[in-house]
Design a protein around this ligand. Structure first.
Ligand code: BYC
Length: 477
């Protein structure tokens, strides 16, 4: 294992792939299937474009990537793990204190495979969800950013497929094939988790997705980076390096949309959403509705509030808590309890349950803390313009399909309602068909002149890497 990546191999890697011919052949067999999937399901009409992309060349934190023009089908997707530390241990659960596993412990095989497959499934799903968005990008800068996100999600799929091929034999190879066969939103063969079957029909949805849903990726990958199964931990650590940019794209994307809207509202002294829309920008009420939708479907991705699966993942040492090793407790949670929300006597209430069963909820709470900070930063942008509107996170129980709140009808303020009452208000809280039509109509064409931006979004503060904002980030050829 080196920190430098071998680019001579057909599959770039730092895992000495050339020394394991059987594994190398298996992956070289999967590679054309992956390329077939990319040509079919990757960004629409993009295959011949030259895109100013970053490519990983090393796993060293300093100087791990280079930036240059690349045609996306020629992107060097590969297998990169941070190097082992040698003395790593299982840091939690009943196996705490054992040397970290370099091979899959037989008794945990199916659980571990399930975790890796679920993680892997989200990566191609997001590329499928976003494949049409390049056609209506607000600038070359943004177009390049979505393509960067897409190629890196493709690489994250490779990261999981490597683990499946290397450690799970025939079952792993079959799972790797199935990852290329499921399709986001397909009625017969959908992606595994709910949010990855929802459409991402416009750029506001894309930025919300990269802010909210990619951040679930961050928290899940961080928990898997604590795994006692060392190859998974090291794979996830490197994936997290790439993930940071995706959340940056989301946060700044929404931030630039609200900035543009709020600036025009202040300049024209208007606050009626119809008047705002008439200026060709997205009213803040619609931004709030998108936020409500993406936040709630992403909260579901953390799984049930009370979960015996999560307890097993933790007890066995396969999946830890966020920043497990920084937490000061026994790392076994034998006697601890945790508060989870529930609906009791027609109201939202808290109940104490064993902390081991509440690990999904705990991770969700860690996540909520971080998204709240991001929403506060958006509100600062609005505040600076003098506009009094503020975005806010709806109640945790709003629009939930998984866990204790599923089946209940809870308002953004946390009131429990009847199904009829809730339905009557639905379009006040989440994007209606008319809202989607409005947003999509605004985003009908793509802006291709370097340095120009669609009317509905402010330019970014700076360009990518060392380039200016008006750099030709994508050449269409
Ligand atoms: N939709 O005990 P439960 C990312 C299933 S995002 C549909 O409550 P558990 C990315 C669950 O699978 C991060 N089904 O939950 C972001 C289970 O089914 P089985 C992805 C759901 O198992 C943007 C059953 O319900 N990584 O990387 O404790 C772009 C009972 O489950 C959902 C991971 O998720 C749902 N929302 O936790 C690109 C990490 N929620 O197994 C990439 C790996 C639950 O009984 N996965 N179910 O058939 C996990 O750690 C866990 O599987 C989950 C669920 C946290 C997802």
């Amino acid at each position: 294992m080196t920190s430098n990546i071998d680019y001579i191999d057909k599959i770039p890697n730092n895992v000495d792939l050339g020394r394991d011919r059987v594994l190398q052949r298996a992956l070289e067999h999967w590679q054309p299937a992956y390329m077939g999937w990319w040509y079919d399901m990757g960004p629409n009409e993009s295959h011949n474009y030259d895109v100013y992309l970053r490519t990983a060349i090393s796993v060293d934190p300093e100087g791990w990537a280079v930036f240059d023009y690349v045609k996306m089908p020629q992107y060097r997707w590969g297998i990169f793990l941070v190097p082992p530390t040698g003395d790593r241990e299982v840091n939690f659960g009943i196996n705490k204190g054992q040397a970290a596993w370099q091979d899959v412990p037989g008794e945990y095989r199916s659980m571990l495979r399930r975790l890796i497959v679920t993680q892997g499934d989200t990566e191609p799903a997001s590329v499928e969800q976003q494949r049409m968005l390049g056609m209506c990008a607000p600038s070359l800068y943004d177009l390049r950013n979505i393509y960067q996100v897409n190629v890196e999600e493709g690489r994250h799929l490779w990261a999981m497929v490597y683990l499946l091929h290397r450690y799970f034999g025939r079952d792993g190879r079959e799972e790797a094939e199935a990852l290329l066969e499921r399709r986001s939103g397909d009625v017969d063969n959908p992606r595994i988790l709910g949010a990855f079957n929802e459409p991402t029909p416009d750029w506001l949805a894309f930025y919300m997705f990269t802010f909210f849903t990619d951040r679930d990726g961050k928290f899940q990958l961080s928990s898997l980076a604590e795994s006692g199964f060392d190859p998974l931990a090291r794979t996830c650590r490197f994936m997290l390096t790439e993930e940071a940019h995706h959340m940056f794209v989301g946060e700044t994307g929404v931030g630039r949309i609200v900035q543009r809207t709020a600036e025009l509202m202040a300049q024209h002294k208007i606050d009626d959403p119809d008047h705002v829309r008439a200026l060709g920008v997205i009213d803040l009420q619609t931004v709030q509705k998108y936020l409500n939708f993406h936040y709630s479907v992403t909260l579901d991705l953390f799984g049930g509030d009370i979960s015996s699966n999560a307890a097993s993942f933790y007890t066995t040492g396969l999946k830890g808590r966020y920043e497990e090793t920084k937490i000061d407790d026994d790392h076994q949670l034998t006697d601890a309890t945790y508060k989870v929300g529930t609906v009791k006597d027609g109201r939202v209430a808290d109940e104490d349950i064993p902390a081991l069963n509440a690990l999904n909820e705990r991770l969700r709470d860690d996540y909520i803390g971080e998204v709240q900070a991001g929403v506060d930063r958006w509100n600062k942008v609005i505040e600076k313009t003098g506009i009094p509107f503020r975005l806010r996170l709806p109640h945790k129980g709003f629009h939930r399909q998984i866990g204790n709140f599923a089946g209940h009808h809870i308002s953004p303020d946390g009131d429990v309602m009847s199904a009829e009452q809730w339905k009557a208000r639905r379009d006040d809280w989440m994007p209606s068909a008319a809202d989607y039509t409005f947003v999509q109509a605004m985003m009908s064409g793509r802006v291709v002149e370097p340095g120009k931006f669609a009317n509905w979004i402010a330019p970014p503060r700076r360009g990518i890497h060392t380039q200016p904002i008006d750099f030709e980030y994508v050449r269409f050829n």
